[in-house]
Design a protein around this ligand. Sequence first.
Ligand code: FE2
Length: 390
Amino acid sequence: MIDSFHFSSLPEIRFGKGKRNDLPQVVKIYGRNVLLLTGSSSIHYSGHGDEIMSALKGAGINLSHEVIAHEPSPSMVDEIVETYRASDIDVVVAVGGGSVMDAGKAVSAMIPVEGSIRMYLEGLGEKEHPGDKIPFIALPTTSGTGSEMTKNAVISEVGDHGFKKSLRHNNFIPEIAIIDPEMMLSCPTKLTATAGMDAFTQLLESYVSRQANPMTDALALQGLKNIKKYLLRAFLEGENNIEARSGMALAAMFSGITLSHAGLGLVHGFASPLGGYFHIPHGVVCGSMMAPVFAHTIDNLIDQPDNPAMQKLVIVSKVFADFKYKKDLEYLQSFKEKLLHITSLLEVPRLSEYGFGEESIPKIVENTSHKSHPVKLTTEQMEASLRSRI
Ligand SMILES: [Fe+2]
């Protein structure tokens, strides 16, 4: 018997090598006045930035360009929106990593409404967004957040009163996502690692989520198989391995779909306070917390073999195993070790490199939500997970 579930719409997806060349043609569906957002370096290191801009200009597009230098903050979004509110922008195009995708999504949603984005952020503002927006096209240059598939933009303010909150509405799903693995070939090694760990975490958390459904399960499991096959290859040979880049691009895309339908877990619960109080990139939080959180998760579920999340963890453990074992427990143990091994091979930075220390552990634990994690970790387990990454 399959429980009832709900699956909402997706962007029009144009996936494949060279698909970036579709951009001028699809932009014209919406008009000629384009606001292009790019990362400070991504569009240049991809080597395709100039090519994309000249193709747009060559197609008679009026191009305005803004650079997104870091994870979007309320003031950054407000400033860009203020600049373009009266400009008759027909479509917003974001070319870059997760921060650029989120900034583009937020700007496209805020141009038609009055006031600061703060007033519309979940858990912070009091206004409900009406869902009006300018059409939005996403072209990711990293394989990570899957933001090109989701209906929310993550907005951060870092500091003592920092936060990471979402601007969310069903209408904010991008109209079109162009996913071209060639755009990812020159993504720097460190970013390939941390963005890849974000996608890995999103797939695993949504697979074992209490809100998972048969469609998210199918996508998450295939995404996890791609992670096993391609994450390390993209990290080690990313510059010239288009197969690995394609496999990771698909995994990241799937992770965006599964997270928005099945939710996330405790690792992403940690990401809100860690990323709000410290300048720690989101992928570094995921890469850091994945191994300790899932080791405790397996320990806490070990005497519940009939729990659906436990059964899924056995399936994933088998996907990631390099050897054949006789017992499920051996597979689970090998998966715990594998997560630590991947974290170390990918050289995920320690949280202490960003100013996080023992004194901040209680504050982070207190502000961390389990989201849709399949089992609770004790306060001691949460503290130990953080401590293991100082
Ligand atoms: Fe994430």
